[in-house]
Design a protein around this ligand. Structure first.
Ligand SMILES: C[S@@+](CC[C@H](N)C(=O)[O-])C[C@H]1O[C@@H](n2cnc3c(N)ncnc32)[C@H](O)[C@@H]1O
Length: 314
């Protein structure tokens, strides 16, 4: 049985979106992927050279990745990289390459006020903290207590001191903090189809009924994130799914609701599999500006599918 299994709705989404042959090729490609092959060096604690040396001394073979100076690929491992002393000491975070992209697009700077509205378990919060050199602050929020425990332990482990953690329904944040933040990251809860290579669970629950519930949450969160931005501030909306209803259609909804919302170009190098956002899906036409958003389709450098939109409050 392949990753889609007997889920007819899921199979029909894949065939509709990619085509039958491309779906089979993607599933075969994903079957061969080693799941934990990339890490982000925590430059708050150690340099990339020093970490690579320590890991090499233990028998790990590492390779640099040109898209991000703090990323390393693990080519050979004598045992799980997560079981090393260096992991325990917070010298690195195991993170997929695609998941490192939204903070790079948002580009938080030292001394800025940043909101991470759906933050747990903290891969992007801790990445942003290191980009900010532990200066300024990040309000890292999530709704799930269990996931906040992981967020809090990752924030501690990585020596991140500019993070304040809150547990609240993200939709409420803009009531408390209107027009407050320089930058907002909304890494939204989504149907996660881009991560199917590491999960067999998705086929058990994926349905359009579930997608409709998710899109209601995504709409509330994108409005709240946008309203919490200062005028002139920038928000990144990201998901790890392919579904246009959770991606372009959510950003299109924001553009229609908030006339001060505009889409900004994403100025990062284009790699294999990078595509512009859709302006049409199932006969529905979206705002032309959505072409400026980014779809990361699975490739050997970025095996996880992602969607990223960069939005400015004018
Ligand atoms: C894609 S995950 C975030 C991953 C995280 N940004 C990272 O990089 O480690 C989405 C998160 O949204 C949270 N979430 C779901 N509904 C929410 C809501 N209404 N308000 C705030 N967070 C919510 C989930 O608990 C989950 O942790």
């Amino acid at each position: 049985m392949d990753k889609i299994g007997n889920n007819k709705e899921l199979r029909s989404f894949f065939y509709d979106f990619f085509g039958e042959e491309a779906t089979e090729n993607l599933l075969l490609f994903w079957d061969k992927i080693d799941q934990k092959t990339t890490i982000r060096v925590n430059t708050l604690k150690i340099s990339k050279q020093e970490l690579a040396k320590r890991l090499n001394d233990k028998g790990f073979l590492t390779e640099e990745l040109d898209f991000y100076e703090d990323a390393l690929k693990i080519i050979e491992k004598p045992y799980e990289i997560g079981k090393t002393l260096e992991h325990f000491l917070g010298y690195f975070y195991v993170q997929s390459t695609s998941s490192m992209l939204p903070p790079l697009v948002l580009d938080p700077r030292p001394y800025e006020a940043v909101l991470d509205i759906a933050a747990a378990p903290g891969s992007k919060t801790t990445q942003m903290a290191q980009m900010m050199k532990n200066k300024g602050f990040i309000l890292a929020n999530d709704i799930s207590y269990d996931r906040i425990k992981a967020l809090s332990s990752n924030v501690d482990r990585l020596g991140t001191v500019n993070v304040i953690i809150t547990m609240t329904e993200g939709h409420r944040i803009s009531f408390k903090y209107p027009d407050t933040f320089d930058k907002v990251l909304l890494d939204a809860p989504c149907s996660a189809l881009g991560t199917m290579y590491k999960s067999d669970d998705l086929r058990k629950w994926w349905s359009y009924d579930k997608i409709n519930k998710l899109t209601r949450v995504q709409k509330g969160l994108i409005l709240a994130g946008f309203r919490a931005l200062k005028p002139g501030g920038v928000m990144v909306y990201s998901t790890c799914t392919f579904v246009p209803e959770e991606n372009e259609k959510i950003v299109d909804f924001l553009l229609k609701r908030e006339e001060r919302a505009d889409i900004v170009d994403i100025n990062i190098k284009r790699y294999e599999g990078f595509r512009e956002g859709l302006t049409e899906w199932h006969k529905e036409v979206f705002d032309e500006r959505l072409k400026k958003t980014l779809r990361v389709m699975p490739s050997s450098l970025f095996p996880e599918g992602f969607y990223i939109a960069k939005i400015k409050k004018t």
